[in-house]
Structure formats: C-alpha cells, structure tokens
Design a protein around this ligand. Sequence first.
Ligand code: ZN
Length: 376
Amino acid sequence: MILTDCTVVDSDGEREADVRLRDGRIAEVGDVDGTDETYDCGGGFVVPGIIDCHVHLVSECLPTNRHGDDRMRWYRVVENLRDSLAAGVTTVRDLNAPDACVIDAGRAVERGMVEGPRVVACGQGVCCTGGHFSGSCREADGVAEVRRAVREQIERGAEVVKLMATSSAYSSSEGGQEMTRDEIEAAVRVASMKGVPVAAHAEGREGVVAAAEAGVDSVEHAKYADEEAMRAVADNDAFWVPTFKPTRMSLRNHEKFSDGKLEKAERVVELQKRGARLADEHGVRVAAGSDAGTSYNYHGANPEELELMARYGLDERTVLDAATSNAAELLGIDDEVGYVREGYAADLLVLSGNPLEDASNWQKQELVLKDGEVVA
Ligand SMILES: [Zn+2]
C-alpha cells in the first residue's frame, strides 16, 4: 500500500512525502510511484502510532482505582488492548498488574491471538510493605528483598521494572518517600544487569530526587517536583512521564469525589503546570503516559493526554517527541518504532490536522495502521 497526498510529521521533521508499506514495514518515504494499492490521505498528516508509556490494562477505571485481581481481569485486558489500539495507541507500557497477566497478554498479541498494541509490561510493581498499591504490587523491604522482587518480575518476562518510590499525592503523606535510596539503587543495579529499564512512581520531591539520583530511566508523575527535583531528573538523564489525565478526569467527574480530593486536585493541576515549565527550562526529556486505568480514565481515550500536555504548557513539538521518539527510546525500541523511517514497523496514523499546530489533532484520526494492517 502507498499513502499519498500527505505530509509526514515525526521527530525527524515535517516533509511532503508518500509512504510505501510492504510486509508490515515502511519500505519507502519520498516520491513513491508504482502500481501498489494507494490510500489517498486527502492532504492529511502521517505520524508514528502513539506510544503510551504509562497504562494499567487490568483496571476497570472505577473511582476505587484498584488494579483488579478478580477473575474477569484477563478479559478486561483483552478489551482494553483492543480499545487502545482503536484509539491509535500502537504501543503501551503497562506499569502494574496483580500478576503476569499483562506480560502474557503482550505475548498473545505478538502471536496474533489477541488484537492490540505492542506491550511492554512490568508484571507486578514493587512497593514496600503497606506501600502504594500494596494490594496488587509485590511488597519488598530491604535491599535483598527488593533485588529478589525485581528478579522475579524479570524472570516472568518483565521488560521494564516499576518501583513505587513514594505514596500518592492524595494520601496523608502527600507523595512521601516509601522506598529508600538504597532500595531504589539496588533495583536499578539488578535490572540493568539484565538490560531492563526502571520506571519509578515518584510524586513528592524527595522521592523524585532519590529516584533520579539512583539512576531510574523514568520518573512517573513527579507532581511535587520543584526546581531542584526537576534539575535532578535532567542531570541524571531520566525521562519525565507527567500523566496529566488522572487529575483532570477526577475534576471532570467531580460529583463522584469528596470536596477534599477535588480541592487537592485543583492544587495538583497548578503543580503540574509548574512541572511543565520547569521541565522545559531544565531540558528534561518528556515521554507521554496517560495513566489509563485510573478513575474514569478509559483505555481508548489515551490521546487526550497529548492535548493536556500542550494545554499545561509543553509545546507541540515536545508533545510529538514525547508520544513517539522519546517514548520509543525509553522503551528501548527506537530502532523499530517511533519514526516514519524506512525499515521501521508500519505503526502509523493518518490525522486530518497537523499535530504540531494543535495537539488535539492527535485525536482526529482517519486511519490507524499497526504492522501495516489497517486496524481502525
Ligand atoms: Zn499508574
């Protein structure tokens, strides 16, 4: 198939070009002619498929915000995978499930048994006893136990390790640190021996600094990150995955939450906007993550995160990189996806508007291709 009458937009730049697809790959980008079937993009924009670096595929997206261990979770994962792909998300990184179910679902996608995005999954996150999401995470205390917990996930097939370095901003300790610097460092060390990157849930500033200095690959959320914390993220070359959607969805469904939580949510939005400004000032590299699976934050509505990123102060070019090239680099698959380049997997979207002019155009999808197949 040849995509014609389009502008290609990716982190390599913006250019008028046709795109020839063959055997699930991008065969040619440029002035393409030939007798292949053509798809007329009608002046649209061809971009890489969205890579969402932070989702929870087992979740029902209810206000209880649990990563369900009920017996329906397998089917929910399948449904959520299908909805994600239909929304132009061609790769997801899952950051906590109660067992190996999402790792296994990713294998089922690879084998063609289930329709969905490429999956990079952590298995269970690792938290301290009674820590953040202790109901579904693997609890571990002390360096030796944390090493063991990390190695267990890698043995199960985890392609990323998730640490719960702090509590939630909405808990009484307001994102207070829960894993020690030693524990985080130990996790990073044993994961890196296996070439597996580490993602740290870190909301309070101390936890953000500890995680960044311990060498994690990405700091998730970082709501309370001040100037010093964002500088630590930049200096240690970690990615920031902001996840603006959960708080926005709470505010949008305000009747379901207490006044106290909503007041906090209003403050969090201001902190997130400060985070965006500080990230920009300090050259922090951003990767996109919707945290789909939190309350009312449905799988399939992921692309709205990109609009929020721009609305909170990140420019459209940063948003593009965050959802494509930076995300691919964070996941260690930037030789495969994240660009419209010859030889890359044909995970592509055709958008009716330019995402560099308005990040909401990521939601105006005319066509979704994964491995060269039209999936939506
Ligand atoms: Zn999350």
